[in-house]
Design a protein around this ligand. Structure first.
Ligand code: MN
Length: 206
């Protein structure tokens, strides 16, 4: 299976001023493209060529570090781009809203815990809202390009609903060392309708 860089569903400057044009362009055309290219190289001639990206990641402990890092990089960024919008729904609705309010006291409490998790990640990684295979939602932080699909790190794995890239390459040009400001800006461009669609899709897979 040859993996390809997905087109962004908006222009590079669409998320200004929250996420700047230069960051978006470099992030998509260089970082994400490199994950795609290196994933294709790392699976060439192996059985992973015949598997979907999700299948590879769910069994990633059987593959090389290059497959883990670049397969994760491709999956995570593909999910991330689709969660962002210039005209986002600012609050969850439907089943996702009900699930969040069943686990947390309020959307604000969820945001605060997700923010703290994102701030606490030392070095590079991602923050997640995901559905565990028992149907419960949870938040987690994973290092590097790992994610909740992978059979590494988390005791309760699952399917990502919402992910935030906290690598410095995601924010350094505009925010420098101020990751906190970048995390706050994420809420301004996060489209909760996209997250809700991911949640509905995840519920069908578990
Ligand atoms: Mn990134």
């Amino acid at each position: 299976m040859i993996h390809q860089l997905p087109a962004l569903p908006y222009a590079y400057d669409a998320l200004e001023p929250h996420i700047d044009k230069a960051t978006m362009e470099i992030h998509h055309t260089r970082h994400h493209q490199a994950y795609v290219d290196n994933l294709n190289k790392s699976i060439a001639g192996t059985d992973a060529e015949n598997k979907t990206l999700e299948e590879i990641l769910q069994n990633v402990s059987k593959y090389s570090a290059a497959v883990r890092n670049n397969g994760g990089g491709h999956y995570n960024h593909s999910l991330f781009w689709k969660l962002l919008s210039a005209s986002p729904a600012k609050k969850p609705s439907g089943k996702l809203e009900a699930a969040i309010l069943a686990k947390w006291d309020s959307l604000e409490q969820f945001r605060e815990q997700f923010y703290n998790l994102s701030l606490a990640r030392f070095g590079s990684g991602w923050s997640w809202l995901y559905v565990k295979y028992n149907g419960q939602i949870e938040i987690a932080s994973t290092p590097n390009q790992d994610n909740p699909l992978m059979d590494v790190n988390l005791t309760d794995r699952g399917i990502p609903v919402l992910g935030l890239d906290v690598w410095e390459h995601a924010y350094y040009l505009k925010y420098q060392n101020k990751r906190a400001d970048y995390i706050k800006s994420f809420w301004e461009v996060l489209d909760w309708n996209a997250a809700a669609a991911n949640y509905e899709h995840a519920l069908k897979q578990i």
